[in-house]
Design a protein around this ligand. Structure first.
Ligand SMILES: Nc1ncnc2c1ncn2[C@@H]1O[C@H](COP(=O)(O)OP(=O)(O)OP(=O)(O)O)[C@@H](O)[C@H]1O
Ligand SMILES: [Mg+2]
Length: 507
């Protein structure tokens, strides 16, 4: 009997122009929670996909309980007891929890599929692992955290002994993270082995037994979590010390000029529901105004009305002093508004298109890139190449589709595009979600620099640490209403947290 549940031995995986995994070896003990950390593009997801049978390695071996195995696909991996919980959920909203869990697990036997037995089994599994969930609920009605539990149930249903979770907490609010960790500990108690990826080092230190660090496709080392610290991990990841408390430069010249962006009594309805209710706020030059709140309390709608994707039912929006309530997205852009959208896959990038095309999106009509009706490819390419280098977007070339970039590198490309066009006001929704610590430090620095130059920044974030690091003023949103506004000096995580929750219950 081997000491290890699962091992990677000299795993190499190449993609055109790069080596995503370079002779990776590491081993996971049975019944441990093993975290994998590393910079954006370090090769974490690739490695996990190899262990889950989704990719075949070019070289190297996977061993399960000491025995070499050749995984012929995800189904084969599942038969051997390895299951992956994906970051982008693959659930069918109209189906119930049970239907989703069972779906695809009984190849070719749809006719014999016994939903009654399946339902009982799902209930039993949910109880055994304390994954509080109703087997009959349609998935469309579940919160993100509950949907994730369905994904976990799905792999448990298939008999997983090794569960792989790729950035499971990126989509969760703090309370849901706590619940997930509770579930992971429960799984560990019952002997399951968990592989877990996260960029949040505090989380990793809280939940993991051991931690393996990757950098540029290679293993830097494996540590016992109790011997690890945040600065040590960050330094192993990026190869240099990372500042966690960044120096905040003095604010820009706030006195000068009127507000750059103003909302006056903005109300939005969706059917009979009021999703934004009389929201008023203003962002002045040289300040970062942050919207704090539990996700799903109107932040998405707020970004939509501000950026022109939605017209408010009541109220006004002023941009640089002009009434912009009915302006198009393009007109707002032209007036100097840059937008970092939260959902980069749906709103910010065209995945099958190349890096250089995506870098131009939204400003491709600009004179600078054209001579008459023609593009000026050399000008465009050298410009994009500079931005890609400055923002450290890791890619083998400018011609690969954006879909092939790692998640964090996709986000960096959006930032490069939006911040490089000399905006007056930046609307940044969850700008650092999915980024590694080094990249977060860089983005925070960019936003502070913009502020110092007199730009206005509206930051919408679910991350209180981010809000406290950057904001000058903070508005707390709950159920579509601004329930309070504080100066940075009045705000602490506790105060904000209490307002976020109290505001939600009050109405
Ligand atoms: N299907 C693919 N085709 C081409 N290149 C790919 C593909 N998948 C990943 N890559 C490349 O392999 C490298 C490693 O990517 P991977 O997704 O494993 O990184 P990661 O560590 O998960 O990063 P992140 O933290 O940003 O999610 C990246 O440079 C990425 O662009
Ligand atoms: Mg990844």
């Amino acid at each position: 009997m081997s000491d290890w549940m699962i091992e990677a031995v000299g795993i190499t995986k190449r993609f055109p122009g790069l080596i995503a995994n370079d002779r990776i070896s590491f081993a996971v003990r049975p019944g441990e929670i093993h975290a994998i950390v590393g910079e954006n593009g370090a090769g974490k997801s690739t490695l996990m996909k190899i262990l889950a049978g989704l990719y075949e390695p070019d070289e190297g071996e996977i061993r399960l309980r000491g025995q070499p195995v050749r995984l012929r696909g995800p189904r084969h991996a599942a038969q051997l007891g390895i299951g992956m919980v994906h970051q982008h959920f693959m659930l069918i909203p109209r189906f119930t929890v049970t239907e989703n869990v069972v779906l695809g697990s009984e190849p070719g036997s749809a006719a014999r599929l016994d939903l009654v037995a399946a339902r009982a089994r799902v209930r039993e599994l949910a109880q055994r692992y304390h994954l509080d969930i109703d087997p009959d609920a349609p998935v469309a009605r579940l919160s993100v955290g509950q949907q994730q539990r369905v994904e976990i149930l799905k792999v448990l249903y298939r008999g997983a002994e090794v569960l792989i979770l790729d950035e499971p907490t990126a989509v969760l609010v703090p309370q849901e993270v706590e619940e997930l960790f509770h579930h992971l500990r429960e799984l560990r108690k019952q002997g399951k082995t968990v592989l877990f990826i996260s960029h949040k080092l505090d989380e990793v230190l809280a939940i993991a037994d051991r931690i393996t660090v990757l950098r540029r496709g290679r293993v830097v080392g494996t540590l016992e979590a109790r011997e690890a610290t945040k600065p040590r991990l960050a330094e192993m990841m990026v190869g240099r010390p990372v500042l966690f408390d960044l120096e905040k430069p003095p604010a820009g010249d706030a006195a000068e000029g009127g507000p750059l962006l103003e909302l006056a009594d903005v109300t939005c309805r969706e059917g009979t529901r009021t999703v934004l209710e009389r929201v008023s706020l203003s962002v002045r030059p040289g300040e970062i105004y942050a919207i704090a709140g539990v996700e799903g309390n109107g932040q998405a709608e707020l970004v939509q009305v501000i950026t022109g994707l939605r017209v408010p039912d009541e109220g006004h929006i002023r941009l640089l002093g002009a009434d912009a309530t009915r302006w198009s997205v393009e007109r707002r852009r032209a007036a100097g508004m840059a937008v970092i959208h939260e959902d980069r896959h749906r709103q910010a990038l065209v995945l099958p298109m190349s890096i250089w095309e995506n870098a131009l999106l939204g400003r491709h009509r600009h004179r600078r890139w054209r001579r008459g009706p023609f593009f000026r490819p050399a000008t465009i390419r050298s410009h994009v190449a500079r931005e890609v280098a400055r923002y450290d977007v890791r890619t083998p070339s400018l011609d690969v589709p954006v879909a092939s970039l790692s998640g964090g590198n996709q986000q960096k490309l959006v930032l490069a595009r939006e911040l490089s066009q000399a905006p007056r006001i930046i609307v940044a929704a969850q700008p650092t979600r999915g980024l590694d610590v080094g990249a977060i430090e860089f983005v925070w620095g960019q936003l502070l620099e913009a502020r110092a130059r007199g730009l206005g920044v509206l930051l919408i974030s679910a991350d209180l640490e981010e809000i406290l690091a950057l904001a000058d003023r903070i508005g707390v949103i709950a159920r579509g209403r601004l329930v309070g506004e504080l100066a940075r000096s009045e705000a602490t995580a506790e105060v904000l947290g209490r307002m976020m929750l109290a505001g939600g219950e009050a109405s």
